[in-house]
Design a protein around this ligand. Sequence first.
Ligand SMILES: [Zn+2]
Length: 150
Amino acid sequence: MTTLWRHTNQQMLVGICPYCQTETTKSIEIASSNIWDYTYSATCPTCGPIGGSHVGAAILEHPAVISFYWNHGIDIRAKHIWELGFVDDEAVTVLNENPSRLRIDVEIEDDRLEVTIDETAEVIDIVVIESSGPKGESVTNQSAGNDSSR
Ligand SMILES: [Zn+2]
């Protein structure tokens, strides 16, 4: 059961403290001393650190990620976090260190979604790479851009 975890993660992503409902700030950290090298965390100005997870969890609720899975016949909500390949350091590429820009590769079969997040773990760019297009060649489709999902 991942419902409770997911609820907490969602609140961290929404930017509201689950304890006092104050607005929180998110940040990403690159450190090999943690369980994962690439993590994000949320901090409440009143309660302090609320929690964090792998940076892959920061894009878990993004509509582009949800629909990417949905278009492949997978309901991401029915998956456990450890079944999602992008919640892993192997899927992360450091594009820039200061300010931090990380790319997270979400791969299903031969298709890939390249999700770029900034230093506050917000999605700033999404590129869809489909290898199984009707033309049989790689098609790069630039979409999204700034987070317009709110
Ligand atoms: Zn709080």
